[in-house]
Design a protein around this ligand. Structure first.
Ligand code: FEO
Length: 172
C-alpha cells in the first residue's frame, strides 16, 4: 500500500515530467523555426521520452490503486535560442530532475516503500543516460565550434536520433 505522501510526491513528479515534455516541445519548435530541423527532431524525441516518464508513473499509481492528479503545467521558459545555450539549459534542467528523483528515493527509503524504491531505480538509471547525452552534446558543440559549418554538422548528427521508448503509452 502506497502512502498519501508518496502518492502526492509521485503526482508532483508527473507534473515535472509533463513540464519537461512541454519544455522540449517548445525548444523543438524554436530551433526548428531557426532552420535546425535535426536539432528540432532530437528535442521532439526527448519530448516523447518525457511523456513516457510521466506515463510510467501514471501506470504505477493505477497499479497501486492510488489516484492520479493532473495539475496545471507551467508555460515553458526558453532562456536563450542560441544552440549551445539551449543545451546548457537542457543539462541544467536534467540535473534538477535528477535531484527531484533522488529526493523521491530518500522518501521511499524513509517510508520503507520498497516497491516505489524499486520503480525509482529505473528513473535513476534513466537520469544517468540523459545527463550523459547532454554532456556529450555540449562536448560536441565545443569540438566542432559554434560557427555555421559546425552547427550545420551538429544539426545533421542530432537529426539521426530515433525514439527508443514505446510511443504507445499503453505499453509503458
Ligand atoms: Fe524525465 Fe528528462 O527526465
Amino acid at each position: 500500500m502506497i502512502s498519501q505522501k508518496m502518492t502526492d510526491r509521485i503526482n508532483l513528479q508527473i507534473n515535472r515530467e509533463l513540464y519537461s515534455a512541454y519544455l522540449y516541445l517548445a525548444m523543438a519548435a524554436k530551433l526548428t523555426g531557426q532552420g535546425y530541423a535535426g536539432i528540432g527532431k532530437w528535442l521532439t524525441v526527448q519530448y516523447h521520452e518525457e511523456m513516457f516518464h510521466a506515463m510510467k508513473f501514471v501506470k504505477y499509481l493505477a497499479e497501486q490503486g492510488a489516484a492520479v492528479k493532473y495539475e496545471a503545467v507551467a508555460a515553458p521558459e526558453i532562456k536563450s535560442a542560441v544552440v549551445k545555450d539551449v543545451f546548457k539549459q537542457v543539462y541544467a534542467h536534467e540535473q534538477f530532475v535528477t535531484g527531484s528523483i533522488r529526493e523521491m528515493v530518500e522518501l521511499a527509503r524513509a517510508e520503507k516503500d520498497y516497491a516505489t524504491e524499486n520503480l525509482l531505480a529505473w528513473y535513476i538509471d534513466e537520469q544517468v543516460e540523459e545527463e550523459k547525452n547532454d554532456t556529450e552534446i555540449l562536448q560536441l558543440v565545443d569540438l566542432i565550434g559554434g560557427g555555421a559549418q559546425g552547427l550545420f554538422m551538429l544539426n545533421i548528427e542530432l537529426g539521426k536520433r530515433e525514439a527508443k521508448i514505446a510511443l504507445d503509452f499503453t505499453k509503458v
